[in-house]
Design a protein around this ligand. Structure first.
Ligand code: CAA
Length: 240
């Protein structure tokens, strides 16, 4: 039977590429999104993948949304925590709101989603959880104290859950992308972006599909011995 996969932030950017890759791998896929109805409708029209709207920062909304997906598609086997936002500011200008917005979505959102699928995966003795971190959670980044903290947090979260899930057939891993050609990176001022590209040894931004292929591997039945790991895909910009 087809595996059921949920990709948060799955209607655009890296998430959309992941959703398509998992669909191509034979999964039944659901994509969640936070706000952009137009992009979600276009994504469903293009792919046939159903989209569901809620904020991953809201625990009760995650509980209800996951119940709806399970009613529509069946028990969830694969969760990809991809939803993420930036609120960049040098620390002396960063507001508590900018801190909380990023932590609530990028880190608490990962807790909220994972906590709501964990019990079912334990009962069924199978699960694949992949969280999309970032190069900036590994190396830090000027103006991203909030984002880097959230993305580093994803890695500690994953290493802990990998230990808890191992005996229950649940693998928990991270993919840490470098700078990928998505709306998020295109929003960085052009001068800053050009300087970032000059620091990437392969000489270009990554493609969303290059991240999606890492996720497709980690979520496959074949990857059962890989858990607690971080696949770093950043064009050689930073070695961990
Ligand atoms: N290192 C050192 N200094 C830096 C710097 C850096 N990387 N970036 C900016 N600065 C300096 C500037 O030169 C400037 O210095 P001066 O005051 O001496 O001129 C100062 O910091 C910036 O001050 P501003 O008051 O102009 O800053 P601002 O409030 O307008 O903020 C910014 C500008 C938010 C920092 C903007 O430059 C920016 O967005 N930078 C990019 C941050 C970044 O890389 N974000 C990654 C987004 S992509 C992503 O997150 C995806 C992923 O996972 C990889």
């Amino acid at each position: 039977m087809a595996r059921v996969a949920v990709v948060t932030g799955g209607s655009r950017g890296i998430g959309a590429a992941i959703a398509k890759a998992l669909q191509a791998a034979g999964c039944e896929v659901a994509a969640t999104y936070g706000g952009n109805d137009e992009a979600a409708a276009a994504f469903t029209a293009e792919t046939g993948i159903k989209t569901y709207k809620w904020s991953v920062g809201d625990y009760e909304a995650c509980t209800a949304g996951i119940a709806q997906i399970e009613a529509d598609l069946g028990p969830i086997d694969i969760l990809v925590n991809n939803a993420g936002i930036t609120r960049d500011a040098p620390f002396h200008k960063m507001t508590p709101q900018q801190w909380h917005d990023v932590i609530d979505t990028n880190l608490t959102g990962v807790f909220n989603m994972t906590h709501n699928v964990w019990g079912g995966m334990r009962e069924r003795k199978f699960g694949r959880i992949v969280t999309i971190s970032s190069i900036n959670g590994q190396k830090g980044q000027f103006a991203q104290a909030n984002y880097a903290a959230s993305k580093a947090g994803d890695i500690g979260f994953t290493k802990s859950l990998a230990q808890e899930g191992a005996r229950a057939g649940i693998t928990v891993n991270v993919v840490a992308p470098g700078y990928i050609a998505t709306d998020m990176v295109m929003a960085v001022p052009e001068k800053v972006r050009d300087s970032i590209i000059s620091q990437i040894p392969v000489g270009r931004l990554g493609e969303a599909e290059e991240i999606a292929r890492c996720v497709a591997f980690l979520t496959s039945d074949d990857a059962g011995f890989v858990t607690g790991s971080t696949i770093t895909a950043n064009g050689g910009q930073y070695f961990t």
